[in-house]
Design a protein around this ligand. Structure first.
Ligand SMILES: Cc1cc2nc3c(=O)[nH]c(=O)nc-3n(C[C@H](O)[C@H](O)[C@H](O)COP(=O)(O)O)c2cc1C
Length: 319
């Protein structure tokens, strides 16, 4: 699994399901990941976890993300992930949500670099050769930024790559991601694969992050919401000759192409999940409508989108 030079779709709970991931892959994302799944849940209630781990061949390369704080569980779950055919397994050490950290998982692990190393060692052993990557924040709080120690521990235990989202656990999503931390991590581990993440929004931002930090790959999350085309736009900027004044490409394609993709998104969600899938499209429609005149009024109507016909009518009216 080679991450260098790649644009990676960030894992986002409740969003990056198989349908959305495939749309991103087809529009320029090089690598995708599932949303996080509990290692314990996967072992205790495999049927319920399968929903998070559904994927299709066309999505490859694809990683599955696990959260957990018990090395034995992470190790065994990594073995399952390999059996399911994923290309790599990622361990979540960045989620700041209380439901996850109260069990000692996610960003809570940043306070314990030794545990981070043990979790990766267990995943490497239990995963039977599948590459193990780790996604971290910069630390628990501003006074305790542990990302360098955590990276040291997980690389020492055999991690194939580290993604850094340089905000602390306490910051949640406030402020700006401090890319100088990504540069510091790359300086400390020049021969390792470092994936930069955080506030990569405009087409030129991926290029700028690589230029400013030296990171090997870029992970994009929120900028892809309602805009799976962002990857193509970023790729064009990456490929532009150095120093060339390239005009910024438009974020979104012509409206016909956009409408066709949105319809496909909703139709597939309905095929997979029935009307529940259509209701999930409300948030995607709100994202797709961003920046289009009349979007506020359109968003007000979305609570009434509940059937496939209603969804099609709404898309036909607005996009
Ligand atoms: C709605 C939402 C859900 C997320 N779920 C996950 C998750 O399951 N696992 C994870 O490691 N990060 C998760 N994240 C964090 C993103 O992967 C990413 O690190 C963060 O959004 C910063 O990148 P961005 O500025 O490109 O969005 C989530 C973020 C959002 C907004």
């Amino acid at each position: 699994m080679d991450f260098r030079g790649k644009l990676i779709l960030a894992p986002m709970a409740g969003i990056t399901d198989t349908t959305f991931r495939l749309l991103c892959r087809e529009n320029g994302a090089d690598v995708v990941m599932t949303e996080m799944a509990s290692a314990k849940g996967l072992l205790m209630q495999p049927e319920r976890s399968r929903r998070f781990l559904e994927y299709r061949e066309a999505e490859r390369p694809i990683g599955a993300q696990l959260f957990g704080a018990v090395p034995g569980e992470i190790g065994e779950a990594a073995g399952r992930i390999r059996e399911f055919g994923f290309d790599f397994v990622d361990i979540n050490m960045g989620c700041p949500v209380r439901k996850v950290t109260s069990g000692g998982s996610g960003a809570a692990i940043l306070s314990d670099p030794a545990l981070a190393g043990k979790l990766v060692a267990a995943a490497v052993r239990g995963g039977g050769g599948i590459p193990v990557t780790v996604k971290i924040r910069s630390g628990a709080g501003n006074e305790s930024e542990t990302y360098l120690e955590v990276a040291q521990a997980v690389f020492g235990a055999g991690a194939a790559a580290v993604t850094l989202h340089p905000r602390t656990r306490r910051q949640m999503f406030s402020g700006l991601a401090d890319w100088s931390r990504i540069a510091a991590l790359k300086r400390e581990f020049p021969d390792r694969v470092i994936i930069g993440n955080g506030d990569v929004r405009l087409p030129g931002d991926a290029f700028r992050m690589i230029a400013e930090t030296g990171c090997d790959a870029v992970m994009i999350g929120r900028a892809a919401l309602g805009n799976p085309w962002i990857f193509q736009a970023m790729r064009r900027q990456l490929l532009a000759p150095a120093g060339a004044e390239t005009p910024l490409p438009p974020d979104a394609p012509p409206s016909g192409e956009r409408r066709a993709l949105i319809l496909r998104h909703g139709e597939e969600m309905h095929m997979r999940l029935g009307d529940a899938g259509t209701r999930e499209m409300r948030k995607h429609l709100a994202w797709y409508s961003r920046g289009i005149p009349g979007a506020a009024a359109f968003r007000g109507e979305l609570v009434r989108v509940g059937t496939l016909d209603g969804f099609r009518a709404a898309v036909g009216r607005f996009f």
